[in-house]
Write a protein that binds this ligand. Structure first.
Ligand code: DAH
Length: 343
């Protein structure tokens, strides 16, 4: 075997074994480059007799051509294999079920608040919201709770400065609405967050949600209040609910009442939810105190009305059987997903 045949054999073998296009490039430089083996064969031609030169030249050119063709073929093969491999890796199974995006759901407190709002809007009430930092004047003074009044002790407060505090009840907004609307008639609900300095436990939270109701007009009596709250209780807890008024005390109402509803779990027979009394307390209410009306600019001889304050957490806990108020604030998806759509 002469030198040229040997070169042809090893080169073709190496080309056929090249694993990557980079390997193939190395071979191209080594065999077909300016300083490559084929070029070296060409140089040998100088030492040949003139008669042999053309035939020799043709052979070297033939070899060059052959290697070139082999390399091109190998390159094409490697590139196709690489493409096949990538296509296989990126294959999409269009028959797989799609992934549902994790859609959120409304918080149970939002749901209950919206339900209450819908109900009162249906009765012709306006929904009013206000700031959470309020003046002492509206939170207490105008609610008939002067600075040295012991009723202040019922609501431990978070003061921002001596005149401003985080509202301890939505009654602060009631007082503002009274002042702004006097001497006109009023029919509003005021939902919102309230704050009290408290140690959090299963039934207490330093921040919770209330909804105030306020109706002012001529001859608005406790009977109107009772009818309204009966409607509320039945909408929220079932059509056969009864309510009862118990005498109570709030500085801003006279008379004041605590409102109970027949237990929605046992229907009034007595069970652990109602502590075996058949009744569950849901809110505080009363006729707006004449002095409160006067301070806001009303003439109590001409305008009267009722007010009530309901805890939204309390309604939600009763309605859904939630045993710990802290569930509302800890953002556990398992809890949140129980009241609406949450995948
Ligand atoms: N503000 C009271 C509280 O937070 C609730 C309340 C009671 C509001 C009677 C009222 C009312 O409007 O008439 O405990």
């Amino acid at each position: 075997m002469d030198e040229m045949q040997k070169l042809q054999q090893t080169a073709l073998e190496e080309i056929s074994q090249a694993a990557t296009t980079a390997d193939l490039n190395d071979l191209r430089v080594r065999y077909l480059g300016k300083k490559g083996s084929v070029q070296a064969l060409m140089k040998n031609m100088k030492s040949l007799p003139a008669a042999e030169k053309p035939a020799y030249g043709q052979k070297v050119n033939g070899l060059k051509q052959e290697l070139q063709t082999a390399m091109d073929a190998r390159k094409e093969m490697l590139e196709k294999a690489e493409l096949d491999r990538r296509i296989a890796g990126e294959k999409i199974d269009v028959t797989l079920p799609g992934r549902q995006p994790a859609a959120g759901s409304l918080h149970p407190l939002t749901l209950v608040q919206q339900e209450l709002e819908d109900l009162f809007v249906g009765l012709g009430y306006q929904v009013i919201e206000g700031p959470e930092v309020v003046e002492d004047l509206y939170c207490f003074e105008r609610a008939n709770i002067p600075r040295d009044h012991p009723a202040r002790d019922m609501q431990d407060s978070l003061y921002i400065d001596p005149e401003h505090l985080l509202r301890t009840h939505t009654t602060a907004l009631q007082m503002k609405v009274l002042e702004e609307e006097a001497p006109r008639d009023i029919k509003v609900i005021c939902p919102g967050k309230v704050y009290r300095r408290d140690d959090d436990d299963a039934t207490h939270s330093h921040q919770f949600t209330q909804m105030e109701g306020l109706v002012i007009g001529e001859h608005i009596s406790l009977a109107d209040l009772k009818g309204t709250l009966e409607f509320l209780a039945r909408k929220m807890f079932g059509q056969d609910r009864e309510i009862r008024f118990r005498p109570s005390y709030f500085p801003f109402t006279e008379p004041s009442v605590e409102v109970d509803v027949t237990c929605h779990v046992c229907g009034g027979k007595g069970c652990p939810t109602c502590k075996h009394t058949g009744w569950i307390e849901i809110l505080g209410a009363g006729e707006v105190h004449p002095h409160v009306l006067e301070m806001a600019g009303y003439d109590p001889a001409k305008a009267q009305g009722f007010a009530f304050g309901v805890g939204i957490e309390r309604v939600a806990m009763l309605k859904y059987g939630i045993d710990d108020i802290r569930h509302f604030y800890t953002n556990d998806k398992r809890f949140a997903s129980m009241f609406g759509r949450f995948e």
